[in-house]
Ligand binder design. Structure first.
Ligand code: WTA
Length: 836
C-alpha cells in the first residue's frame, strides 16, 4: 500500500509497490484515443523486469492484458496496452478515486502541449480543450522526457540548434539521468482533495485567467491585503521590449500600503497575535527561543523607533550583516515599517565585499552582531564590519552608526572590539524604545529592498524590489507552491542573506501568518541528523532546502535520517539549482517517506518569487523537473536568435510579460538592467538559464548559460573570482570556469598564470585561495587551481572558456577546433599540467 504519493519507477530500490505488483515498470508511451483532453487515454507500459505475470487492479474501470509471453525469463521487454482509461483523477471533481490501489493504470498526462497555452494561441489543442471544443484536441503524446537534452555541455550541441549566444559562454550542468528520469510521481487523492489547487484542471482555470486577465487576477488577490488607499488604474503597466524604449514595470502604482503592517498588524488583527511567528533554534541543540506575532511586532516597533530616532527616513538604505538570529528578520521588518530600504549582505561575505556594497548603496547605518558560532567555529562578524567601515570611510562613504547585537553564546560583550562614538549595543538601546510604532505608508512602487547578486562582471548588481507587487507575489507563491495551511510549521533552511531568505523565510510566510523556524546553526552540527532533529522538535510540516544540502546529507548515510520520525512532514521543497533525480529520489523516499510531494521551485533574485514550480496537489511530478509556470508567468524557450521554440525543445529560458514580483531596476544602473536582462532577446526578460521542455510540457532547468557559476546554490560570477585572484601579487592572469561537483553542484576551477619567474608551489595555491576567501568570502574559494603558463585565446585576445571547461572536466577528446587560437600549443601545456 502506498502512502500519500505514488511513484512509478523502474528503480527497484525505491519503487513504491501496491497490491498491483507493479515494481520495475517503466512507462514509455501514452497514446491518445481520439477522446481528447480530459477524456480517455491509453498507456503502453514496458515491463523491464524479467518475470511479469499479470497486472491486476481493483479498479473496475481498467482492463489490462498481457500481450506477450510472461513466462519467458529471457524476455526483458513485454508490452501491454491498457485501453480507454477514464482520467477522472485529473478532473476537478472530488469523487473518490481508487488511485491508491491502482496508481499506474490511472496515469494520464494532464497537460500535454502546455506550451500552446503559454504562447496563448487560441487555435492550439489545449486552448480548444479549455474552451470546451475537445474535438480538435491533439492526443497526448508521450511520458518520456528527453534525457539527452539535460546532459549537455553546450547549447550549440542541442537538437534544437539553439546555438551559442554571442558573448555568452554556454555551460549547461546536467545530470546523467538515464531512464530513471521517466519516473512520474502522483499526488494521492487525499493530498489533492485538501490542496488549494487540487487538479491540473483547477490549475488551468486559474492559470488561464492569470494570463488572459492579469489585472483582474492579481487585483483580486491584492484586495485581500491591507491598503491604506487602493491602487490607481491601470493595475499594471510594463514595457519589456527594449526596441520600444525604456524598460519599465509597475504594479499597483498609486496603491498605498506597508508590507510590515501586512506581515504583523493584520495577522494580529485577525486574532492570531498569540500564534508563534518564529521558532528560533540556536547553533547548540537546546538553545532556542520563540516569538509570537504580538511579541514580534513589539520587537520590530522598538527597532523601528530606534532607527527613526537616529535619523533613518523613508528611502534611506540600511545595511544588515547578521547571521540567522531572530534579529535578522526583525531588522528587515523594522526597515520596511518605516519605509527604509534594507540591503542584507550574507554574513559569509568578506569585508572587501561589504565595502563594495557599502560604497554602492551608502547606508545610514550598519546592523550587525559581534560574532556567530557556526558548528564549532566562531566567526567574528564585528571585526569584518570594522575593517569594512574603515575602508569605506577612506573611500568616501562613512557610516555613522554600527548597531551591534551581542550574540552572547558566541562572544561576550567585553571581548568585542569597539569604536566609541560609532558603535552601539543593540541590547543597550533598542529595548528602551516604545513597543508601538506608526507605519510609514508607502506607494506600491516605493523600494522595499536591495539585494546584491553576482553577474557577468566583477561588480555585483543591486537588484531592487518594490513593495506592493513583491508583497502580493511572495505571499501568493508561498501559499500555493507549498500548499500552505494555517496549521503548518514551516522551515526554510536558506539564510536571509539570499533572496530565498527574503521571500520565503521572512515576507512570504509572515504575510500568510505562518509559523517559521529560523535556524542559526549548521546542518552537520552536532551531527548529520540535526535537520531531522529540528523537524521532529518543532513538528515541521513544510521543509524547504537546497539540493546541495540534500546531496551532502545523502552521503552520510540513511541512518541519520531514519532515526528520526519526520512524521510531521507534509511538503518538501527545493531551490537554488537543478535537483538531480537521484537526490530528488532520496529526498522523496527517505526524508519524506514517499509521502510528501517536492516543490522544486525555479526562480531568481530578480524574479522575487517562484516562477516555475509544482503545485503539489495538482501535478504528477517528475524528479528533477520544476514542472509548470506559476500563475501569471509566461516562460518561453528561445533559440539564439530569440525565436520562440515550441513543443519539445531546449534553449534559453525567457519570460514574456511582467509579473508582480519582478525586480524593477538595478540600483543606480538602469542601463545595466536593460542590457543584462532585456537586450539579448528583445521583447523578453532573459533569465540567464538554459531550459528544456519535454513532450508533456514539463520544464527542466539545465543551469546557467552565462558566466555565472552556481556553487551550493550560491551565485558567483566567474569575473568576480578572477578579479579576486589577480589581486594576488603573484597572479598575472586568471580564468575561472565551473565544473561539476558531487555535492556543491558546481565547483570553482581556476586557471592561473603567474607573474614571470614565480615558481609553482602548494603554498602559493593556498595563498591564492586565501585571497579569494578574503576578497569575496569562504564560499567562493576555488576548489582547484590549475597552473597555466598561458591561456587559450583567440587572436583578438578572447579567452576560449569552452576549451578550459573541457580541460577542467578532463574531456580531452572533446576539445573541438583549436586552430583559431593565437597559440594552439597552450592547450598541450595546460593538459600536461593538469595533475600538477
Ligand atoms: C538557479 C535563488 C534549477 C538558476 C532562488 C537561477 C535553479 C539561479 C532553481 C538563481 C531550480 C534556482 N532549478 N535551477 N529549482 N532555483 N536555480 O538568484 O540557475 O540566488 O538562475 O536565486 O539559481 O539564483 P538566485
Amino acid at each position: 500500500m502506498i502512502n500519500d504519493m505514488m511513484m512509478i519507477t523502474n528503480n527497484s530500490k525505491y519503487a513504491s509497490t501496491s497490491s498491483t505488483n507493479i515494481n520495475n515498470i517503466q512507462i514509455i508511451k501514452q497514446l491518445g484515443q481520439g477522446g481528447g483532453w480530459g477524456q480517455h487515454a491509453s498507456i503502453i507500459f514496458i515491463f523491464s523486469n524479467k518475470k511479469y505475470s499479470s497486472l491486476s487492479s481493483s479498479s473496475s474501470t481498467v482492463t489490462a492484458a498481457s500481450t506477450s509471453s510472461s513466462s519467458s525469463s529471457s524476455s526483458t521487454v513485454n508490452k501491454i496496452q491498457v485501453n480507454r482509461i477514464p482520467t477522472s483523477q485529473f478532473s476537478n471533481n472530488n469523487s473518490k478515486s481508487n488511485l491508491t490501489t491502482t496508481p499506474l493504470v490511472k496515469v494520464k498526462h494532464p497537460l500535454p502541449y502546455f506550451h500552446f497555452l503559454v504562447s496563448n494561441r487560441s487555435s492550439s489543442p489545449i486552448m480548444a480543450a479549455m474552451n470546451g471544443s475537445s474535438s480538435s484536441t491533439t492526443p497526448p503524446n508521450s511520458f518520456t522526457t528527453s534525457n539527452h537534452l539535460r546532459h549537455v555541455e553546450s547549447m550549440s550541441t542541442l537538437p534544437s540548434g539553439a546555438g551559442p549566444i554571442p558573448k555568452l559562454n554556454a555551460l549547461i550542468l546536467g545530470e546523467s539521468l538515464a531512464s530513471e528520469e521517466d519516473d512520474l510521481v502522483l499526488p494521492s487523492h487525499d493530498f489533492s482533495a485538501q490542496a488549494h489547487v487540487s487538479s491540473p484542471h483547477k490549475y488551468l482555470d486559474m492559470y488561464k485567467s492569470s494570463i488572459e486577465d492579469p489585472a483582474g487576477f492579481w487585483s483580486g488577490i491584492a484586495s485581500q491585503f491591507y491598503w491604506k488607499h487602493k491602487w490607481a488604474h491601470p493595475v499594471y503597466s510594463e514595457n519589456l521590449d527594449i526596441r520600444k524604449g525604456r524598460i519599465n514595470i509597475e504594479w499597483f502604482k498609486g496603491g498605498i500600503t506597508n508590507i510590515c503592517y501586512n506581515c504583523l498588524d493584520t495577522i494580529i488583527a485577525a486574532g492570531n497575535g498569540e500564534k508563534i511567528a518564529i521558532y528560533w533554534e540556536g547553533n547548540e541543540p537546546g538553545v532556542d527561543a520563540s516569538l509570537t506575532y504580538n511579541q514580534l511586532l513589539h520587537r520590530v516597533c522598538q527597532l523601528a523607533n530606534y532607527l527613526k530616532d537616529i535619523g533613518v527616513r523613508k528611502g534611506d538604505a540600511v545595511l544588515i550583516y547578521l547571521p540567522m538570529l531572530m534579529e535578522l528578520p526583525i531588522a528587515m521588518l523594522a526597515c520596511a515599517r518605516i519605509g527604509a530600504v534594507h540591503s542584507v549582505v550574507f554574513a559569509g561575505f568578506s569585508s572587501e565585499s561589504l565595502v563594495q556594497r557599502i560604497m554602492d548603496c551608502k547606508p545610514k547605518i550598519v546592523i550587525t552582531c559581534n560574532a556567530v558560532q557556526r558548528g564549532s567555529k566562531t566567526i567574528h562578524l564585528k571585526d569584518i564590519v570594522d575593517t569594512a567601515l574603515t575602508h569605506s570611510s577612506l573611500s568616501g562613504a562613512t557610516v555613522d552608526v554600527c548597531l551591534t547585537y551581542e550574540n552572547e553564546s558566541a562572544l561576550k560583550k567585553e571581548n568585542t572590539k569597539w569604536v566609541e562614538g560609532r558603535d552601539t549595543w543593540w541590547q543597550d538601546v533598542v529595548p528602551k524604545y516604545p513597543a508601538t510604532c506608526d507605519v510609514e505608508w508607502v506607494d506600491a512602487e516605493d523600494p522595499l529592498f536591495l539585494l546584491y547578486t553576482s553577474g557577468s562582471t566583477g561588480k555585483p548588481k543591486g537588484v531592487l524590489h518594490t513593495t506592493g507587487g513583491y508583497m502580493v507575489y511572495t505571499a501568493t507563491t508561498f501559499k500555493y507552491a507549498f500548499d500552505y495551511k494555517q496549521s503548518d510549521i514551516y522551515w526554510c533552511t536558506a539564510d536571509c542573506g539570499w533572496i530565498t531568505g527574503h521571500s520565503y523565510v521572512t515576507y512570504g510566510p509572515l504575510l500568510n501568518g505562518a509559523t517559521v523556524v529560523v535556524f542559526e546553526g549548521a546542518p552537520n552540527y552536532p551531527d548529520f541528523g540535526r535537520c531531522w532533529d529540528i523537524v521532529d522538535k518543532y513538528k515541521v510540516s513544510i521543509f524547504y532546502t537546497a539540493p546541495t544540502l540534500v546531496r551532502s546529507l545523502m552521503r552520510e548515510g540513511d541512518e541519520h535520517v531514519t532515526r528520526y520520525s519526520r512524521k510531521s512532514l507534509r511538503v518538501l521543497g527545493s531551490v537554488g539549482e537543478p535537483i538531480n533525480p537521484s537526490a530528488w529520489r532520496w529526498f522523496f523516499n527517505l526524508v519524506g517517506d514517499s509521502r510528501c510531494p517536492i516543490s522544486d521551485t525555479w526562480w531568481q533574485t530578480e524574479t522575487g518569487g517562484f516562477m516555475i514550480t509544482p503545485l503539489p496537489g495538482a501535478w504528477p511530478q517528475k524528479p528533477g523537473s520544476a514542472t509548470f509556470p506559476f500563475f501569471g508567468v509566461q516562460p518561453v524557450i528561445v533559440d539564439e536568435k530569440g525565436a520562440e521554440l515550441e513543443g519539445e525543445c531546449s534553449g534559453y529560458l525567457c519570460v514574456k510579460g511582467s509579473w508582480p514580483g519582478a525586480f524593477r531596476t538595478l540600483y543606480g544602473d538602469h542601463e545595466r538592467y536593460e542590457t543584462t536582462y532585456f537586450s539579448a532577446f528583445p521583447g523578453y526578460y532573459f533569465s540567464g538559464d538554459g531550459c528544456s521542455r519535454d513532450k508533456d510540457g514539463y520544464h527542466w532547468l539545465t543551469g546557467r548559460v552565462d558566466d555565472v557559476i552556481n556553487v551550493s546554490g550560491h551565485r558567483i560570477g566567474t569575473a568576480e573570482v578572477e578579479s579576486a585572484l589577480v589581486a594576488h601579487p603573484h597572479c598575472a592572469e586568471a580564468a575561472v570556469v565551473g565544473v561539476e561537483h558531487e555535492v556543491k553542484g558546481q565547483g570553482i576551477y581556476a586557471f592561473v598564470t603567474l607573474v614571470e619567474g614565480v615558481p609553482y608551489s602548494d603554498d602559493l595555491r593556498k595563498s591564492l585561495i586565501m585571497t579569494v576567501r578574503k576578497q569575496i568570502g569562504a564560499f567562493a574559494a576555488p576548489d582547484r587551481i590549475h597552473w597555466a603558463p598561458g591561456l587559450p585565446k583567440t587572436r583578438s585576445g578572447k579567452i576560449m572558456r569552452r576549451i578550459l571547461r573541457k580541460i577542467a572536466s578532463r574531456q580531452l577528446d572533446e576539445l573541438g577546433d583549436i586552430s583559431t587560437l593565437a597559440d594552439p600549443a597552450v592547450v598541450d601545456q595546460l593538459i600536461a599540467l593538469a595533475d600538477c
